[in-house]
Design a protein around this ligand. Structure first.
Ligand SMILES: NC(=O)c1ccc[n+]([C@@H]2O[C@H](COP(=O)([O-])OP(=O)(O)OC[C@H]3O[C@@H](n4cnc5c(N)ncnc54)[C@H](O)[C@@H]3O)[C@@H](O)[C@H]2O)c1
Length: 247
């Protein structure tokens, strides 16, 4: 029996990258999956992979920056599954630029999706978890939220916010048997990072003690551990998944 047998997990940004790998890994541990992304058909590939493992997968359209959309989508998830045991707030974007040239628009877009989206989804799903008197929330932050990075003032602020939000939620919801933790990935090979110029990628590699970029599966493994009962006494923590870069 997997550690998440009989549990229902909701993953945002589940169409590709870390979100897709996480959905598949959670299914391997026995969970059924509510797969959310900006468009329902985008998560069809992830759903196929989950179903191939013998688990249930349902697809939902959800824009994490839109509270009305979240209310509708979470209502649909609740109607379909009857419960939500695990929430993975994974949806995120970058809009990089030096602080002095950063437009208000790019600041707002990144904060709205990465930070406000995590708050809104957490609030909506916590209502269900509080009734159940159990739940586990895993937020996808970033090491950039811990150490900062030139060209990413919006992104680093959003991820630092996610870390602080995680710690507060962990304290507020502990009495209802709900845990909240964050992972802080380093450089992970996905569509988000393959857009970076080769010289930037090479410079980053030089700074990684384990001398390789991370994979989406590296992150998914840690998320799955934090989501399940093996981490029953772990809450309010930030686990870096960065090849030893940030210690
Ligand atoms: N790749 C890395 O190196 C890395 C490092 C640290 C943290 N992260 C974080 O991991 C998470 C996933 O990153 P990834 O590399 O897999 O990115 P990705 O771009 O491959 O996937 C992100 C997913 O989120 C979805 N999404 C974007 N905006 C959305 C919205 N408003 N509502 C719902 N879904 C939305 C996208 O459609 C996509 O499916 C992000 O939060 C990112 O900040 C990534």
């Amino acid at each position: 029996m997997g550690s998440l047998e009989g549990k229902v997990a909701l993953v945002t940004g589940a169409a590709r990258g870390i979100g897709q790998a996480t959905a598949v890994r959670l299914a391997t541990a026995g969970a059924d999956l509510a797969l959310c992304d900006l468009q329902q058909d985008w998560v069809a590939e992830t759903a196929e992979k989950v179903r191939a493992l013998g688990r249930r997968a349902e697809c939902f359209t959800m824009n994490v920056a839109d509270s009305a959309d979240i209310t509708r989508a979470i209502g649909e998830v609740e109607a379909a599954f009857g419960r939500i045991d695990v929430l993975v707030n994974n949806a995120g974007i970058t809009k990089d630029g030096l602080m002095m040239r950063m437009s208000e628009e790019d600041w707002d877009a990144v904060l709205d999706i990465n930070l406000k989206g995590t708050f809104l989804c957490t609030k909506a799903v916590s209502r269900i978890m509080m009734k159940q008197r159990s739940g586990s929330i895993v937020n996808v932050a970033s090491i950039i939220g811990l150490i900062g990075n030139p060209g990413q003032c919006n992104y680093s602020a959003s991820k630092a916010g996610v870390i602080a939000l995680t710690k507060t939620v962990a304290k507020e919801l502990a009495a209802r048997n709900i845990r909240a933790n964050a992972v802080a990935p380093g450089f992970i090979s996905t569509k988000m990072t393959e857009a970076l110029p080769e010289d930037v990628q090479k410079k980053m590699l030089d700074n990684i003690p384990l001398k390789r970029f991370g994979t989406a599966d590296d992150v998914a493994n840690v998320i799955t551990f934090l989501a399940g009962d093996e981490a029953a006494y772990v809450s309010g923590q930030v686990v870096t998944v960065c090849g030893g870069m940030v210690t």
